[in-house]
Ligand binder design. Structure first.
Ligand SMILES: *[C@@H]1O[C@H](CO)[C@@H](O)[C@H](O)[C@H]1NC(C)=O
Length: 404
């Protein structure tokens, strides 16, 4: 029993890939020291860089078919039209032909078209920042996704100065829950009256001068608020020079799933193309004056995922750095040591050739048989290059020499 255990111990011992070198065999040199210092510095630097790199996150954007058909699409609106509310109707017509009422209703509130100075400053700010963000989106989109702000601009400050005239505009705001199919959210003259197929807007008591589709968009977005999503129409302001004008916004809504460290959820982004034209039946430009947001929903869904690189990969890289530098610096230091040796040997050799040759021949001795026996070596292991100096002391010294 005991014996078996001892043999197993012996076997395990023989498997040791890290045999200890005794201190007598270790030789420290200035080149080695310098190399160690250098490589330690490089190692620390690289490890710090690697940790910093690991702390950073990156974004991955993937496209997938959107399979969520039953989901409702929420449209958030806050805009002002330069017509009193009694002349304006706002509603949705989509491919399903559902009645207007099923989508919910927007609030309407009479107000003044002109903003007071604070509000004007706010709106101009929104306009400027939004156009800057749109231009720079590709260079700063990572920053935007990371930012965590769902509402970069904040809300319009309340009016403090009230003009001494009648309210001449209508603010339309709120949410509508629409179907995820192509449709058309529009603001036209007259209240809508439902018809079996679609609806009509009743605008019989209006003169031409009453029409003015000048408008300002404070908010127009789809789905829930999320950081990183830009709403290109916010800050849009159009002044109508003619009474019968139609504004058309062609909107492509892109379902977006956001999974970042600051926010998780699904929302919608959109891109938009704008066009406006005068309605004039004499000039063969037909249609209904109004503001039309024609939207369609993309069949592809974007997924935005923010991640650290995998921890295991990070560990592997750390090991690679430490081990690689350790090995490489060993090689380099040996090579440098070799060069130094070569150089100095040559140099001293040239000076001392004559004198040393005699001396070394005198010093060379064959180790005594008893000594070799004591350390388990045969004379052939040791070889003729062994000098008396090396053999005198020690078991280990002989081992070193014979193994080199
Ligand atoms: C519509 O209203 C805006 C703002 O009050 C005004 O600047 C514009 O001239 C009006 N347009 C027409 C055709 O009356």
């Amino acid at each position: 029993m005991l014996r078996r255990r001892r043999t197993t111990l012996q076997t395990v011992k023989s498997l040791d890939a890290f045999p200890k070198t005794s201190e007598e065999c270790v030789e420290s040199t200035p080149t080695g020291g310098t190399m160690s210092l250098l490589s330690l510095t490089v190692m620390v630097w690289l490890v710090v860089m690697e940790i910093m790199y690991y702390m950073e996150t990156s974004f991955k954007f993937t496209f997938k078919p959107d399979t969520d058909f039953s989901e409702k699409l929420k449209i958030n609106v806050d805009l002002t039209v330069a017509m009193p509310c009694k002349y304006v109707g706002a509603d949705v017509l989509d491919m399903t032909g559902e009645q207007v009422m099923t989508f919910g209703e927007l609030e309407m509130e009479d107000t003044w078209w002109e903003l007071d100075p604070d509000q004007r400053a706010h709106f101009d700010g929104v306009q400027r920042v939004n156009s800057y963000l749109r231009d720079q989106f590709h260079s700063i989109h990572e920053f935007l996704w990371r930012s965590g702000y769902t509402n970069i601009f904040g809300d319009m400050p309340p009016r403090r100065r009230f003009p001494q005239k009648e309210k001449d505009a209508c603010r339309i705001y709120g949410h509508l829950g629409i179907n995820k199919v192509a449709g058309n959210f529009h603001i036209t003259a007259g209240k809508s009256i439902p018809l079996p197929r679609g609806h009509a807007h009743l605008a019989v008591f209006m003169d031409e001068q009453d029409y003015n589709f000048t408008h300002r968009i404070d908010k127009l977005s789809f789905g829930d608020a999320s950081p990183g999503v830009l709403h290109p129409l916010e800050g849009d302001e159009q002044i109508a020079e003619k009474n019968f004008l139609t504004y058309q916004y062609f909107i492509m809504v892109v379902p977006t799933k956001v999974d970042t460290y600051s926010h998780r959820g699904s929302t919608f982004q959109y891109s938009v193309a704008e066009q406006h034209r005068e309605i004039s039946h004499e000039k063969n430009s037909h249609g209904t004056p109004g503001i039309f947001f024609k939207y369609d929903v993309s069949a592809l869904k974007v997924e935005v995922v923010e991640r650290h690189e995998p921890f295991l990969e990070f560990l592997t890289r750390l090991c690679g750095i430490v081990g690689g530098i350790f090995t490489c610096s060993g090689l380099v230091s040996r090579f440098v040591g070799f060069l130094v040796n070569c150089f100095t040997c040559r140099y001293f050799m040239a000076q001392k050739t004559a004198s040393t040759e005699e001396e070394t021949s005198k010093q060379s001795v064959v180790p005594s048989a008893s000594l070799l026996q004591a350390v388990n070596l045969s004379p052939s292991d040791v070889g003729p290059q062994l000098t008396s100096k090396t053999i005198i002391g020690h078991y280990y010294t002989i081992r070193c020499v014979s193994f080199n």
